[in-house]
Design a protein around this ligand. Structure first.
Ligand SMILES: [Zn+2]
Length: 329
């Protein structure tokens, strides 16, 4: 596998190689369902696309969110997920995604189902980061700040410790979103991927070099209460790049996630292939905040990662130091 940059690919290569099969905007407003009217109204006719079960073997009483609620994506529900799979995803892979995204969600003040997450730093100099509305409060001893300030550029640079997580779990959670948005007639191409995300034992099987994603970071203020998603399918059967991609964006980040198809991608095995990057650009009125940056993230790991830190640059309008006698945590 080789990774490429937009410089090499040019913005148009992605659109020459892929065509969109759907776009979704998910937020906090009026609820809608993914699925046809019959299955929305009549739960007894629903089929879980993950385990293949129907009622009465399984129930469909819980609300199955297309994207996790912690990303502030609450108003798009799925009729394709039974209560058992819903619960297993919730306590398993979505927990990994939650931990992995938490530093960014806390700093961006993304309103999840339990509100904006708080980050607490333990040790001899404990600190606490909590946000609400447009304010981010950092509670720390003056000589033990968990961040640096670049006064000239109005930037705060934070290095936040991530709680322990498993990279393969994060990848599976991204893939689950893609498989939920997938049209019915494409599911025949993803039987192996479907089985892989349901296996809670991450070491049992893996999809190897397919477990990577592109992360694009946009500087400057962005809406923090919605998720945008898109699915893209390869135009040519012979193309030396993955059959499908999920694009998922929330806050200042967009993720390009390959969806591996045994049935369609067999010709890519052991070959070097190129990855067209989705052409994400800043509009002219955002140019003042700088250019987006891209990072290739390897989510192959099946072991729990401990002690990883995340560097976050945050621009601010105003910064105020307040002395408080209350304990930090
Ligand atoms: Zn199920």
């Amino acid at each position: 596998m080789t990774d490429s940059t937009n410089e090499v690919n040019g913005g148009n290569w992605f659109h020459q190689a892929y065509h969109p099969i759907g776009f979704w905007s998910i937020g906090l407003g009026h609820r809608t369902y993914l699925g046809d009217e019959t299955h929305i109204r009549d739960k007894s006719r629903r089929v879980c696309r993950f385990c293949g079960q129907t009622t009465p073997a399984v129930t469909f009483n819980k609300e199955a969110h297309v994207a996790p609620q912690l990303l502030a994506a609450r108003n798009l529900l799925s009729v394709y997920e039974c209560d058992v799979c819903n619960e297993n995803f919730g306590i398993g892979i979505e927990n990994d995604l939650g931990i992995w995204t938490k530093p960014h969600r806390a700093v961006l003040r993304v309103p999840g189902q339990k509100g904006v997450p708080t980050i607490i730093g333990m040790g001899p100099d404990p600190w606490r980061i909590e946000g609400s509305g447009t304010t981010l409060k950092v509670n720390a001893r003056r000589d033990a700040m968990p961040y640096e300030v670049d006064e000239e550029n109005h930037l705060i640079i934070m290095e936040i410790l991530r709680d322990p997580y498993t990279p393969a779990g994060v990848m599976k959670a991204f893939v689950r979103i893609g498989l939920t948005l997938m049209p019915d007639d494409e599911l025949v191409n993803f039987s192996k991927l479907m089985a892989w995300i349901q296996n809670p034992n991450h070491k049992a099987a893996h999809i190897g070099t397919w477990s990577w994603i592109y992360e694009t970071t946009f500087p400057g203020p962005m809406p923090n209460d919605r998720v945008r998603a898109g699915l893209f399918r390869r135009k040519s059967e012979e193309g030396l790049y993955p059959y499908m991609f999920l694009m998922l964006a929330y806050g200042n980040h967009a993720y390009q996630v390959p969806l591996f198809s045994v049935e369609r991608d067999a010709h890519l095995d052991e070959k070097r292939f190129e990855v067209p990057l989705y052409p994400l650009t800043s509009s002219a009125d955002r140019a003042a905040f700088g250019h987006p940056t891209e990072t290739l993230i390897d989510l192959t790991g099946t072991e729990v990662i401990q002690g990883e830190t995340v560097k976050i640059k945050l621009s601010y309008d105003a910064r105020e130091e307040v002395t408080d006698v209350n304990p930090v945590v």
